[in-house]
Design a protein around this ligand. Structure first.
Ligand code: AMP
Ligand code: MG
Length: 361
């Protein structure tokens, strides 16, 4: 890995007070008076607030479009819930018993995409580790309180080697070669659903929109005569905007952060992004932001690069075909790919130290 352009260290510096939404990413407000062309609605699904922003769409059509997006995203929520009875939990029961089952075409398609992305990401994004995620207590709407699970229980689940390549997907029939595989699409379903929502908006003839699921989003078109502007949140509990980017045409911005779901136990923090290689929360990263066309790939990649950490992310990004990445490590060092570095605008003064990694070999 070669490092080009090391700027000042800024680990301890604070962000100025900037008003933020309680989301990882926000759509920058325009200083102009309320514009009739802008239409914004929120609803709750997939465990988060989803905000739909439309530009230049007449009110009745906009309302209809938001209802469509809500239906699409809610479908993903209901189908792929990891612990409440769903198509996914029924499939997981079958996999545990070594049976194959019929699933919907939607689920078969999503599993194929997830399996491809897991392979590209060297299984660091591994949606087959549902049992481990459950063992850590993250199959609950509230974060667990601890203690962490016994090391031998973690080891046993890692050694059972659940992986997506053990899935057999033939048409809409799904089975598996490894009963340890339990699917959890938490690192991917949001992105996949956002892609389907954008597709639905396009089918309705809408060309300027953002579908923002709890700060992870895909933006198409523009906000009138200017691009959509997206904020990237500080990787800390208090939030705040670290940086912003203007989206170009059709782009997704997804962040994985250790601050999203965690518990503190006996002075240590245990969060929800697990390293499938050892079964423990990945230690070296605070957050990863990925910009990419397809939201499903951006979502899966953000998780995989989080696990890969400051030493491994660039090589995994290359394998996944991801060229725009910002990773903040446990020392608050900011690593970026050259393409990300060229377009990101820091909103904090002074800007943090950045390390631009241009050779992931
Ligand atoms: P994200 O915020 O997209 O990184 O997704 C995190 C969620 O994905 C967690 O809450 C778990 O449900 C699940 N998860 C945790 N670790 C992994 C992993 N290594 N691969 C796939 N899914 C994971
Ligand atoms: Mg993800």
């Amino acid at each position: 890995m070669s490092v080009a352009g090391v700027a000042r260290r800024g680990a301890k510096r604070r962000a100025p007070a900037i008003a933020v939404l309680a989301m990882a990413v926000l759509v920058a407000a325009c200083p102009a008076p309320p514009e009739k062309a802008a239409y914004k609605r929120q609803f709750f699904t997939l465990g988060t607030v989803v905000e739909v922003n439309l530009w230049g769409v007449e009110e009745a059509r906009a309302a209809e479009a938001v209802r469509t997006v809500e239906a699409v995203m809610n479908d993903a929520h209901v189908r792929w819930h990891a612990w409440e009875p769903s198509e996914l939990t029924r499939l997981n029961e079958a996999l545990a018993e070594g049976r194959s089952v019929e699933v919907s075409p939607e689920t078969a398609e999503a599993l194929r995409r997830a399996r491809d992305l897991a392979a590209q990401g060297g299984e660091l994004f591994n949606p087959a580790i549902g049992r481990l995620i459950g063992l850590w207590g993250f199959h609950s709407s509230d974060p667990p309180l601890g203690p962490p699970p016994p090391p031998e229980a973690i080891r046993a689940l890692v050694e059972a080697a659940p992986a997506m390549d053990a899935l057999r997907i033939e048409g809409t029939r799904v089975g598996g070669a490894n009963p340890a595989v339990q699917l959890d699409l938490g690192a991917f379903a949001k992105g996949y659903a956002v892609d389907r929502a954008i597709e639905a908006l396009r089918d309705l003839g809408i060309e300027n929109a953002i579908v923002n699921a709890g700060g992870d989003l895909r933006a198409i078109g523009r906000h009138g005569d200017r691009p959509w502007r997206i904020g990237i949140r500080q990787p800390a509990n208090q939030g705040g905007v670290l940086a912003s980017v203007e989206t170009r045409g059709d782009e997704s911005v997804f962040t994985s952060g250790n601050y999203e779901r965690y518990f503190d136990y006996e002075g240590r923090r245990y969060h929800h992004i697990l390293d499938p290689r050892d079964g423990y929360p990945a230690q070296r990263t605070l957050s990863v932001t990925v910009i990419h066309g397809e939201a499903a790939a951006a979502d899966a990649a953000a998780t995989a690069l989080f696990v890969a950490g400051p030493e491994g992310w660039a090589a995994v990004a290359r394998r996944m075909g991801i060229s725009q990445v910002m990773l903040i490590d446990a020392d608050m060092k900011v690593y970026m790919s050259p393409e990300m570095a060229r377009r990101v605008h820091f909103e904090v003064q002074p800007p943090p130290a950045t390390i631009v990694v241009d050779d992931p070999a």
